[in-house]
Write a protein that binds this ligand. Structure first.
Ligand code: PFF
Ligand code: NA
Length: 448
């Protein structure tokens, strides 16, 4: 059991806040034209993400088991089909796939921590910084080295079961990351094209938003909040009965959103001040932030700290991805935690090679090109698309339907602790109708 509400919030935020906020959010916002995308993303967080997080935590707390067993047990208790346990299974597959590329990007952050410490950013031009990133991507062996270092870190932590030991450190490090982001926004205020960056993020131009952009925004709401795959369900199983699920879910979501928006506010002013491309893609933060670190006073210190803390944030999210895989191996295959962490971790590490090659040798290899939705997508693009835009929203859809329509009403009322008044009624209306219809609509539009 978590000793308090705060402990749960820290653990859930540890999973939520990661590369999704600082690496992915800015680059997909840039690729999808800014403001309109951000508004749709924020709507998805509020109307889809938060209700599904509440549903997941509520299911988890009632089940008090790992996601597969929780779904199995609750379905049985409420007289429902055992197929509901599929939600747990797809969650394991999803964790596996996500971690395989997440670790490669975590490796980029590790490599950039090294760059920052060495001082190579000092006085570098936008071209130098761009070339540095291009050099990293084109070199599979260096990518493999950092991907391996990242996976070893994650495997060691999960195998050792030393998560709780780390929690104290994380309590200090995550607020520090937040503070550093504020420093970066401050730098952007003084020396970047701040207003241009601000307007790019918050002034909507809906003509720039495509149907696929809407799906990307929806998928990112799931990715960034770690939803639709049972991770929050697993955390919920440790939440004490007296804690308000609604308040905690809202808090975690606000923290996660704040980190993403701060990252955007730190990065886009730099993009415009340096004549860079907002739609530069996955390298965006690695091509902008080093410019700021290279110019600001204390840049070596701030830069080193920033990338190191980004690694920490990525590792805490990665732990929440490996954990379910290991737990499943332990339960189903009856092997030890150490073997589980090794078998799971090494398989994921191997799969990670596909992402590494996507940035160089396989940059023009589009394996599922014959399917229109997958046209022009590398293996990395596919892994990202299939997990964030398909599997997670699908898992979330079924979680919302389970909690809204199938789970015992009395159990839902007890878990929510909202009484039976207007707050409860409106939440249930959103969960039963708005959330599933919104997810289904975005899906149908994209598939047709
Ligand atoms: N939410 C994490 C991020 O924004 O970086 C990524 C993630 C972690 C997704 C855990 C899914 C998950 F289960
Ligand atoms: Na996140």
């Amino acid at each position: 059991m978590w000793s308090s509400r705060l402990a749960f919030i820290l653990a859930a935020s540890g999973s939520a806040v990661g590369l999704g906020n600082i690496w992915k959010f800015p680059y997909i916002t840039g690729e999808n034209g800014g403001g309109a995308f951000v508004i749709v993303y924020l709507l998805c967080i509020a109307l889809i993400g938060i209700p599904i997080m509440i549903a997941e935590v509520m299911i988890g707390r009632r089940g008090e088991r790992s996601p597969i067993n929780t779904m199995r047990m609750l379905a049985q208790r409420d007289g429902l089909s055992q197929r509901w346990s599929w939600i747990g299974w797809t969650g394991i597959v999803c964790s596996f796939l996500i971690l395989s590329f997440y670790s490669v990007i975590g490796g980029w952050a590790l490599s950039y921590t090294g760059h920052a410490v060495s001082g190579v950013f000092s006085g570098a031009s936008a071209d130098d910084i761009g070339a540095m990133f291009g050099g990293l991507l084109s070199d599979p062996w260096t990518l493999l080295l950092w991907h391996s270092v990242f996976m070893v870190l994650v495997i060691v932590i999960v195998a050792g079961g030393i998560r709780s030991g780390m929690e104290k450190a994380i309590n200090i490090l995550m607020p520090l990351l937040f503070l550093l982001l504020l420093v970066m926004v401050g730098y952007a205020l003084n020396s970047g094209e701040f207003m241009q960056g601000f307007n790019f993020l918050f002034q909507p131009d809906f003509s720039k938003l495509s149907t696929e952009g809407v799906l990307t925004a929806l998928g990112h709401a799931f990715f960034t909040l770690s939803l639709g795959m049972g991770v929050m369900m697993a955390y919920g199983s440790y939440l004490p009965k007296k804690v308000s699920i609604v308040k905690t879910a809202v808090t975690v979501s606000i923290v996660d959103t704040a980190v993403a928006l701060l990252a955007g506010l730190a990065i886009f002013p730099l993009v415009f001040a340096n004549g860079l491309e907002a739609g530069a893609g996955p390298g965006l933060i690695f091509q902008t932030l080093p410019l700021a670190f290279g110019q600001m006073t204390g840049g070596v210190l701030f830069g080193s700290l920033f990338f190191a803390l980004l690694v920490v944030a990525a590792v805490t999210s990665a732990i929440s991805l490996l954990e379910p895989v290991v737990e499943w191996l332990e339960e189903q295959k009856g092997i030890s935690r150490l073997s589980g962490a090794l078998i799971g971790g090494i398989s994921i590490w191997l799969l990670g090679m596909m992402t590494i090659l996507s940035f160089n040798e396989w940059a023009n290899f589009f394996p599922l090109e014959f399917i229109p939705a997958f046209e022009g997508k590398t293996v990395f693009d596919l892994l990202d698309y299939v997990t964030a835009n398909l599997l997670m929203p699908l898992g979330g859809l079924f979680i919302a339907i389970f909690a809204g329509w199938f789970m015992s009403k009395q159990a839902v009322k007890n878990q929510l602790g909202l009484g039976e008044g207007a707050a409860y009624q409106s939440f249930m209306f959103v969960l039963k109708f708005i959330t599933p219809i919104a997810v289904a609509t975005v899906f149908i539009y994209n598939l047709s």
